[in-house]
Design a protein around this ligand. Structure first.
Ligand SMILES: NC(=O)c1ccc[n+]([C@@H]2O[C@H](COP(=O)([O-])OP(=O)(O)OC[C@H]3O[C@@H](n4cnc5c(N)ncnc54)[C@H](OP(=O)(O)O)[C@@H]3O)[C@@H](O)[C@H]2O)c1
Length: 331
C-alpha cells in the first residue's frame, strides 16, 4: 500500500487509502472493518461522534486475536468532537475514544471542527435550544491545540491534525504550534478541489486527507432525516458524463476514477463503504494510472466553493459562530 509520510514527534507512514466510517451504523461497522482489513486496508477513519468506535474496537480485537496482524500494522484516526473542542476536554474525550476502540494509542487525533458547541453532559451531544439552534461556545483553538500537543507527548496519539479549518485558522495554529499539524482533513473531490488550501499545506508540510472523495452519495438523505435540512442541487459526481466516459475507457468504475484522480496527486482518500464489493473496489486503484490529459480533464471539473457539500449549516445557527470557517454563499 502506498503511504504518505507525515510528521508527529517522529515521522509516520499514513496509508493513502483508508476506510471512511461516517454514517456506518454500529451493526454494519464491524463487518465493514473486517472486510476492509481482509482486502488490504490498514487505515481506518472514525470520530467520537460517528458512534461506531466501539464496533471498530471489536473488529480490531477480533483481527488481532485471529493473528492477522498487530497494532503497529494499522493507522487509526479519530476526532475530538465539536461539543468538546476546548482545552479542558481534549484528554477526557481522547481517553473515551481509546477505551471504545480498545487501543492504547491512536495514530492521528484531529480537532473535528474549528467551532464548538456547549456539551450536554448527560448524553455527550451538543445542546440544542428550544428554537432548534445549537448553543454556541466561544472556543480558543490555540488553547485546544496546546493540549492536543500534550497528548502526543503522553504517547496517546502519534500525530495530531485539523479538520474543516480554513487557511487563516490553519496558519494561526501553525504559527504558535510546538508540534505542527501533521494532517488537514477536508472535503475534497472533483467538484471541490481545494487548490489554494492544498498549496499552502504543501508549503507547510501538512498532508491532506480528502473526505467525501466520491461526493458523499447518500449524505443528503442523512441531512434530511437527522436535521430536517437539505442541500439544494446535491451533486452526483459519480454520474458525471466525463467521469463515466473515463471510467469506461480504463474499464474501471466511476468511484475508482475519482479516487485515482486524488491519490495521483498525493492526496489521502478515505472512501466510506459498508458493502464488501465496494470496499474491495475502492482500494483496487493501484494498478492503473490516469494520463496527464485525463487528469487535466478531471481538474477542470472543479467548481471551487460552489462545489462544497459540507457547509455544516445543518447545525442550525452555526454560521454565527466566530470560528465558522466558510464564506457563506449569497442566496
Ligand atoms: N472530518 C469531517 O468533518 C468529515 C465529514 C464527512 C466525512 N468524513 C470522513 O470521510 C469519509 C468519507 O466521506 P463520506 O462518507 O461522506 O463520503 P464518500 O466516501 O464520498 O461516499 C460514501 C458513500 O458512497 C457509497 N460508495 C462507496 N463506495 C462507492 C463506490 N465505489 N461506488 C459508488 N458508491 C460508493 C457509500 O455507500 P455504501 O456504504 O453502500 O457502499 C456511501 O453512501 C467518511 O466516512 C468519514 O470517515 C469526515
Amino acid at each position: 500500500m502506498e503511504c504518505i509520510t507525515i510528521s508527529g514527534i517522529n515521522k509516520l507512514q499514513m496509508p493513502i487509502v483508508g476506510l471512511g466510517t461516517w454514517r456506518a451504523k454500529p451493526e454494519e461497522t464491524e463487518n465493514a472493518v473486517l472486510a476492509a482489513l481482509e482486502n488490504g486496508y490498514r487505515h481506518i477513519d472514525t470520530a467520537f461522534n460517528y458512534n461506531n468506535e466501539d464496533a471498530i474496537g471489536t473488529a480490531l480485537k477480533k483481527w488481532f486475536e485471529m493473528g492477522k496482524g498487530k497494532r503497529d500494522d494499522l493507522f487509526i484516526t479519530t476526532k475530538l468532537p465539536n461539543m468538546a473542542n476546548r482545552a479542558k476536554d481534549v484528554e477526557r474525550f481522547l481517553k473515551m475514544s481509546l477505551q471504545r476502540l480498545q487501543l492504547d494509542y491512536i495514530d492521528l487525533y484531529l480537532i473535528h471542527m474549528p467551532f464548538s458547541f456547549v456539551c450536554n453532559e448527560d448524553n455527550l451531544t451538543p445542546v440544542i435550544k428550544p428554537d432548534g439552534t445549537f448553543e454556541l461556545d466561544n472556543n480558543d483553538n490555540i488553547a485546544t491545540w496546546k493540549v492536543m500537543e500534550q497528548q502526543v507527548k503522553a504517547g496517546l496519539s502519534k500525530a495530531i491534525g485539523l479538520s474543516n479549518f480554513n487557511l487563516e485558522q490553519i496558519r494561526n495554529i501553525y504559527n504558535t504550534a510546538e508540534i505542527k499539524p501533521a494532517v488537514l482533513q477536508v472535503e475534497l473531490h472533483a467538484y471541490l478541489q481545494q487548490k489554494e488550501l492544498r498549496s499552502v499545506c504543501r508549503e507547510l508540510n501538512i498532508a491532506v486527507t480528502a473526505y467525501a472523495p466520491l461526493g458523499s452519495p447518500g449524505a443528503n438523505t442523512h441531512f434530511t432525516t437527522k436535521y430536517n435540512y437539505s442541500v439544494s442541487d446535491f451533486p452526483d459526481i459519480l454520474g458525471h458524463p466525463l467521469v463515466k466516459e473515463i471510467a469506461k475507457h480504463y474499464n474501471r468504475t466511476s468511484g475508482q476514477i475519482l479516487l485515482r484522480h486524488l491519490i495521483q496527486q498525493d492526496i489521502i482518500v478515505i472512501p466510506k463503504s459498508s458493502n464488501p464489493e465496494r470496499i474491495k473496489e475502492n482500494i483496487n486503484v493501484f494498478d492503473f494510472q490516469l494520463t496527464p490529459d485525463d487528469m487535466d480533464k478531471l481538474n477542470k471539473l472543479d467548481k471551487g466553493e460552489n462545489g462544497r457539500i459540507f457547509d455544516f449549516l445543518f447545525f442550525k445557527g452555526v454560521e454565527k459562530h466566530p470560528e465558522y470557517p466558510f464564506a457563506l454563499k449569497i442566496q
